[in-house]
Ligand binder design. Sequence first.
Ligand SMILES: [Zn+2]
Ligand SMILES: [Zn+2]
Length: 329
Amino acid sequence: MTPEGLYCEPAGLHVDPVRPVARAVITHAHSDHARPGHGAVLASAETLALMDVRMGKGRAGAVQQVLGYGEATVVGGVRVWIEPAGHVLGSSQVAMEWRGSRVVVSGDYKRAADPTCRAFVPIPCDVFVTEATFALPVFSHPPAEEEIAKLLASVALFPERTHVVGAYALGKAQRVIALLRRSGWERPIYLHGAMQPLCAAYEALGIRLGELRSATVAGKAEMQGEIVIAPPSAVADRWARRFAEPVSCVASGWMRIRQRARAKGVELPLVISDHADWGELNATLDEVGAPEIWVTHGREDALIHEVAKRGMRGRALRLIGFGDEDEGG
Ligand SMILES: [Zn+2]
Ligand SMILES: [Zn+2]
């Protein structure tokens, strides 16, 4: 650990540093992991493209190197490669191998299927560095398709109302749209302005989202029975009052906590998470088989307790600046 974050000394390489560094590898484009101004940046092609959209072209770093999944590069004698993390488009785990031992940094990840990104690939390793956003037994995410079915049932029940779904702009929004399409929703889907650049970027990267329209130009009557995707903060806000009797929905793993949904004025909570739940975290620890588990951010205490119970060594890194609320769970 350094003030900039997790550091691989022989490679001179930081993983998801919180400040500009000489050489960084970035797991994915969420703002708590991807920050601008590095010297050299290694990441998947999709992550680099999404960083360009979010921070401006070329601002991620002076030199940018695309890593293909499974393609190793050698940095200072360390073999470095990435594999999919299943979290958002382009999300990657970083594997680093040096003198016969292997560390894998998960970044954020989930194990549930997601039509907008490649599935998590477990990599056997000696040290597994994991997130712990939902590392409590209470967190068990239902299949996302069931939550989308609830949304569509509500749309059918209230054809005169507009359903406004709060979803984080990078990843969750596109996943919700793709899931709606798979469930047979073929009508145009309306977007808050904050959603548009990243939806366009996903389309450009080959993720088909169907017909998307701006929510801000549409009239109230026209929006009856339609679905709008907006940032979670806009859902219970004045912004949503432009629609016909809006039904406020939020898609997040945090919606598992009903009091939280109520406190935020969410009428229809949708438990759709881009992070591993308790069962997925534990299954992943089994699959990677690492005797040593380092926990970056989230509910590290519960996970480390579980790790110790199973005879592995756990260590809380207590990374700061990660898991910001606005990432949306
Ligand atoms: Zn993330
Ligand atoms: Zn994160």
